[in-house]
Design a protein around this ligand. Structure first.
Ligand code: SF4
Length: 180
């Protein structure tokens, strides 16, 4: 029997490659906790896309709730550079994943954020390692940005909804260019 991995998942398209990679070693269950996503209708669209894909592929999804106020409290107050804001955003989401993994007897946790070249991979790895030390749950990480192109092609072939921004208001196309 494979060890259980809780895979924090930002959206269905970004799930494809990490699922392919980690399913060889782990029994993967998905954790959709993304209070960074604005507006609520966009959160619901990403959530529904993920749940539909998961149902079709017999994947267990844990979704603790939207809670955008958690993002506002922890991250929204940061007005400095994107790197600082994104770092806190990773910490917020991965903290919830690590705590859930510990409480639900998972052997490890990981994140699909590792596949996106638009995310700060160094900060993701640092946040995961720090949480691993704090909770005792191993953080499984590999920079998977070399598989991003494949994830885009696969998600298009599957007809999955793909957003064109990361999630928060500052990352929206009308706020900036070249997000995702
Ligand atoms: S750009 Fe993405 S990772 Fe950075 S703060 Fe916004 S939602 Fe979070």
């Amino acid at each position: 029997m494979k060890p259980r991995l809780l895979l924090h998942t930002c959206c269905a398209p970004c799930l494809l490659e990490p699922l392919d990679l980690w399913s060889g070693t782990f029994e993967v269950e998905v954790f959709f906790y993304n209070p960074n996503i604005q507006p609520a209708a966009e959160y619901e669209r990403r959530s529904q896309t993920l749940r539909k894909f998961a149902e079709a592929n017999s994947i267990v999804v844990h979704e603790p709730g939207y809670g955008p106020e958690h993002w506002t409290d922890a991250v929204g107050r940061i007005s400095s550079a994107d790197t600082d804001r994104c770092k806190e955003c990773y910490i917020l989401r991965l903290t919830r994943a690590a705590e859930f993994a510990g409480a639900s007897a998972f052997e490890a946790f990981a994140t699909t954020l590792a596949v996106s070249p638009y995310q700060n991979q160094e900060s993701i790895a640092e946040a995961g390692e720090a949480l691993s030390e704090r909770t005792g749950i191993p953080f499984v990480y590999r920079d998977m940005t070399d598989r991003y192109r494949s994830s885009v092609e696969q998600s298009r072939a599957l007809g999955l909804y793909r957003q064109n921004y990361c999630g928060c208001i500052p990352s929206m196309p009308q706020s900036r260019k070249n997000t995702r």
